[in-house]
Design a protein around this ligand. Structure first.
Ligand SMILES: [Zn+2]
Length: 375
């Protein structure tokens, strides 16, 4: 580190004080969050048919609004079945009865997009591995292989889905389950490496009866307890398009937030389909704001934008949440919009880079070369 610092100090003398400060922050992987409105803990660069904006176009959309963002594709490719859809090429999972399948190349696409950027722009992204089948015992091996093929790139895994309305039933083969040892193997590996885990799992089945115990709440709580060394973000607070928050939802989330064995579990507020519940009435906004005020370090904002076409589409969910931003005190709002992301993903980066330097042969030998040349 000292050697790095002194090499930097030499470069700084050459470039002048303002550029120097910028370079120094970029080198440490810091974004200047103070000038941005949010960091995005839930974002998809591509859609269900692997299309989306170029990474430079997306940087333009982030502009002065989003400081940093995770970078994930969507692992579930919508098949274009000519027998089902004819010339009507579907681009969204709800637009066809044809199946979805796991498309692992998405990880290579994300890695190459990230690698095409200069260092100071890379510092604004945390790429995520998603192209695995979480019902497959080999899922963890895929993640390892991606880290070995693209070292110094990824910070986490996900968003990947276990139980997801309209999606789970469209994937041929074994249905993913919270009780599948394949998921345990995956999360064990994520914990070993330090990868941040972004998991999508509906808390309940669609159109559940009010007052009944949510179908998957007990299982996911047990899963979280089994993996207390992993850093886990539960996407959408377990909600979905038709998986509405029951009247005990805030209490169920709070039970996780206050449980001493579950302080490795975080929640995101991503998706317009979820925002609609929390800004649907002043009472709903007040209830979620009260929960966040009590656990300000555990909730993150994400857009869940999928392959946005322009900045107004990209920031729409952030704007939709304006009533919530107005209801939080300044410090809490800042944590949810910016600082929780920085803390969690910076820690993820640090751990994954350290695991890579011990386990990925290409990184090990590169480190050794650097040591020799600087001696
Ligand atoms: Zn998503």
């Amino acid at each position: 580190m000292n050697r790095l610092k002194s090499r930097f100090a030499r470069r700084l003398l050459l470039v002048g004080p303002i550029a120097a400060l910028f370079l120094f922050n970029a080198a440490l992987g810091r974004s200047q969050s103070s000038t941005y409105q949010f960091n995005d803990s839930h974002f998809h660069l591509t859609n269900n048919i692997q299309e989306g904006p170029g990474i430079r176009d997306f940087l333009g959309m982030m502009g002065d609004k989003a400081g940093r963002a995770i970078l994930s594709g969507i692992p579930l490719q919508q098949e274009w079945s000519y027998r089902v859809d004819g010339d009507r090429a579907p681009s969204y999972y709800l637009h066809s009865d044809a199946p979805l399948y796991y498309y692992s190349f998405t990880d290579a696409t994300v890695a190459m997009a990230y690698k095409s950027l200069p260092k100071e722009q890379q510092a604004r992204f945390d790429p995520m591995i998603t192209g695995f089948n979480p019902a497959d015992m080999y899922a963890a091996d895929h993640v390892r292989r991606v880290l070995e093929t693209f070292p110094s790139v990824f910070t986490g895994i996900g968003e990947f889905s276990i139980h997801k309305e309209f999606v789970s039933g469209k994937i041929p083969g074994e249905v993913a389950s919270l009780q599948n040892p394949a998921l345990d193997r995956l999360l064990d590996f994520a914990a070993e490496v330090g990868l941040v885990v972004l998991i999508h799992n509906d808390i309940d089945v669609p159109f559940a009866k009010e007052g009944s115990e949510p179908a998957y709440l007990g299982e996911i709580r047990t899963l979280f307890k089994r993996h207390c060394n992993a850093t886990i973000i539960w996407a959408h607070m377990g909600l979905g398009r038709t998986v509405r928050p029951g009247k005990n939802h805030a209490m169920q989330i709070e039970e996780i937030l206050k449980h001493p064995d579950l302080d490795h579990v975080y929640f995101d507020l991503a998706w317009d389909e979820v925002a609609k519940y929390f800004v649907g009435s002043p009472e709903a906004t007040a209830a979620i704001a009260a929960l966040i005020q009590q656990y300000p370090n555990r909730i993150l904002f994400g857009t869940d934008a999928v392959a946005p076409a322009d900045q107004s589409k990209y920031v729409a969910v952030f704007n939709q949440y304006q009533p919530l931003w107005n209801s939080l005190d300044a410090k809490t709002s800042r944590k949810v919009r910016l600082e929780n992301y920085e803390r969690i993903f910076d820690e993820g980066r640090r751990k994954v880079r350290s695991w890579e330097s011990a386990h990925v042969p290409a990184v090990r030998s590169k480190n050794a070369e650097t040591r020799i040349s600087s001696n």
